[in-house]
Design a protein around this ligand. Structure first.
Ligand SMILES: Cc1cc2nc3c(=O)[nH]c(=O)nc-3n(C[C@H](O)[C@H](O)[C@H](O)COP(=O)(O)OP(=O)(O)OC[C@H]3O[C@@H](n4cnc5c(N)ncnc54)[C@H](O)[C@@H]3O)c2cc1C
Ligand SMILES: NC(=O)c1ccc[n+]([C@@H]2O[C@H](COP(=O)([O-])OP(=O)(O)OC[C@H]3O[C@@H](n4cnc5c(N)ncnc54)[C@H](O)[C@@H]3O)[C@@H](O)[C@H]2O)c1
Length: 525
């Protein structure tokens, strides 16, 4: 079977990537009479399910139609974070004078070198998700489009795979919003953005969610003129508002033009093959011309063409319908990852896959609602969140106490010139039970892991604050939020008891010591 190249540009790195994740000479195995588990989709959710189940001795088939590794490796987390790192290097070089470091001459970004680095690193990471590795793990890997033929059979490339259990892990793709003129203009999504070899001089981005914000900052730092268009009142509408405001200011400092509260967006093809756009933003008419348009307005689940009806599996616009055990309306079939979850993150797909292995193969009763899932947007500063924010708490009628430690008062953040941010922790009112947190910091994604550990293991904020953190670190901010909480334990009554006790100690010490008190020889007159 000979495949055309799936990845552009067709250079040595993409050839290496494709050889791992979609080998053109791949021979599909002869199907087993029946599988314990047939996994449809070879992104994070499918790969973790297949590897884990095979490791426990199950007979597993894994079917991928495009690139093993899915969005994360090929057109998501991995390439975007490689670009973000390069963009940060450019921003740091430009800011070096602030640290007393002089760079003479212009700081120039070689965009094609940035993209080549990304392609090289992506190919370097790809053996882990490769067809060959999964075959070695004992998984039967099929490359082709999967489709349910019935409630216990999946069809791929003319072969029928019978299963005891199956997992739908087909992920999601960029959704196309109803924007006037969009169908007539060329536009990029995450599937095509990472194939660019030339930096667009002017880039318009629709959607200021995580993709829009991360890429707006990266491309602005590469030197593009970036306009970020958002229909909600502010960027990152799902995040803590103060956090989003700090990021908005940071993006504007990087030169991103932000147009929120966008209405009546219209796009049209420009004579130079670029895109002309216009909209009303906060009531003002705005227009511009971009060489490239990136659309990042959320994801649509991959449910089409899967034969879900033939297998009695219910689905809707939000994806495959699952219960709290990740089981679909066909009791033999489970789902995990972006295709069935509103938490569309790699680590969420990973942990849902672990639940599916236990529930599907070992009659487990693990619930997806029991997962505590953090997330982070990898801008500068990063914005990370876990659990509930004030808006969610209001909806649930949960009373919270909130403690905030600004980084402007954390020594290491000041010394690093990264003091724009905070650590904010919400606890159930009157207790130290952590119910949510927001971190805005250079490495918020790393920092939130500590709060994830605390929440998952029911460690209260008081105990988090009692853990010694090395000085000087930015993570000390977390310990200091713990201190803020502990100080609230010092109620007026406790304070009165303390001052009575200390006064009594002074009196007692005075009485016992004064009769024998001798002046020190050196102090003698
Ligand atoms: C630009 C971008 C940046 C991101 N950055 C981050 C980040 O920093 N951190 C983070 O946690 N998350 C990030 N994400 C989200 C993350 O990539 C997804 O949550 C994750 O990839 C979901 O994994 P999945 O296995 O559910 O789906 P996918 O990765 O989409 O995999 C599904 C697979 O199923 C295959 N498939 C579909 N239909 C069929 C069929 N009928 N037959 C066979 N195969 C089929 C597809 O080809 C695909 O390979 C990012 C996403 C994007 C787009
Ligand atoms: N760092 C990370 O973990 C990371 C990074 C990138 C993507 N992701 C995942 O990928 C998912 C998709 O990312 P995304 O940014 O495309 O989606 P998103 O749904 O998170 O954000 C889309 C944004 O587009 C806006 N929008 C919707 N329609 C619009 C329109 N017509 N005009 C202007 N704005 C419009 C929304 O208000 C929203 O702010 C994320 O939800 C996340 O789960 C994660």
């Amino acid at each position: 079977m000979k495949h055309p190249p799936l990845l552009q540009p067709w250079d040595e790195h993409n050839r290496r990537l494709q050889a791992h994740v979609h080998p053109s000479d791949w021979k599909s195995p002869t199907p087993a009479p029946r599988y314990n588990l047939v996994v449809i989709g070879g992104g994070t959710a499918g790969l973790v399910t297949a590897a884990g189940a095979a490791g426990l001795g199950a007979k597993v088939a894994l079917i991928e139609r495009h690139l093993l590794g899915g969005d994360c490796l090929n057109v998501g987390c991995v390439p975007s974070k490689a670009l973000i790192r390069a963009a940060r290097a450019a921003a740091e070089a430009r800011a070096s004078a602030r640290f007393g470091v002089k760079i003479t001459g212009e700081v120039a970004v070689d965009f094609s070198a940035v993209m080549e680095r990304m392609r090289r690193l992506r190919a370097d990471l790809s053996p882990h998700d490769s067809a060959a590795r999964f075959r070695e793990l004992g998984v039967d890997v099929f490359i082709g489009e999967a489709r349910f033929a019935s409630g216990d059979t999946v069809q791929v490339g003319g072969q029928a795979l019978r299963f005891a259990k199956a997992v739908i892990a087909t992920g999601a793709r960029a959704s196309a919003p109803p924007i006037t003129g969009l169908a007539e203009v060329p536009y990029l999504t995450n599937e095509t953005l990472f194939s660019l070899t030339e930096l667009p001089r002017r880039l318009a981005i629709v959607g200021a969610g995580p993709i829009g914000c991360e890429m707006a900052q990266a491309f602005a730092r590469f030197g593009a003129e970036v306009t970020l268009i958002e229909s909600a009142a502010g960027i990152l509408p799902r995040e803590d508002r103060e956090a989003a405001e700090i990021l908005r200011a940071a993006l504007e400092r990087d030169g991103v033009r932000i147009l929120c509260d966008g209405r009546d967006l219209k796009v049209a093809r420009a004579p130079d093959d670029g895109v002309i756009w216009q909209l009303a933003s906060a009531g003002q008419q705005q227009a511009g011309h971009a060489d490239r348009l990136l659309v990042a307005v959320g994801r649509a689940p991959n449910v089409e063409g899967l034969g879900l009806e033939a297998a009695g599996i219910a689905f809707g616009r939000q994806g495959v319908k699952v219960d709290d055990f990740l089981r679909t309306t066909n009791r033999r079939v489970y789902a995990c990852g972006d295709v069935c979850s509103r938490f569309q993150f790699t680590h969420a797909a990973d942990f849902m896959a672990r639940i599916v292995i236990q529930n599907a193969l070992f009659k487990g009763r693990r619930r997806v609602s029991a997962l505590t899932i953090p997330w982070s947007t990898y801008t500068s500063p990063e914005v990370a969140q876990i659990g509930l924010g004030p808006a969610d708490a209001k909806v649930r009628g949960l009373a919270m106490d909130t403690f905030t430690q600004p980084l402007a008062k954390v020594d290491r953040a000041i010394l690093d010139d990264e003091a724009d941010g905070f650590v904010r922790v919400h606890v159930r009112r009157g207790t130290d039970q952590i119910v949510g947190a927001t971190v805005v910091a250079a490495h918020a994604g790393d920092t939130i892991g500590e709060l994830s550990l605390a929440m998952t293991n029911k460690i209260g904020l008081g105990r988090v604050g009692a853990a010694i953190h090395p000085y000087p670190t930015q993570a000390e901010a977390i310990r200091r939020v713990g201190d803020l909480y502990s100080r609230t334990r010092l109620t007026p009554w406790v304070k009165r008891v303390f001052s009575w006790w200390l006064a009594w100690q002074r009196a007692e010490f005075g009485q016992r010591r004064s009769p024998q008190a001798r002046p020190h020889p050196l102090m003698a007159p």
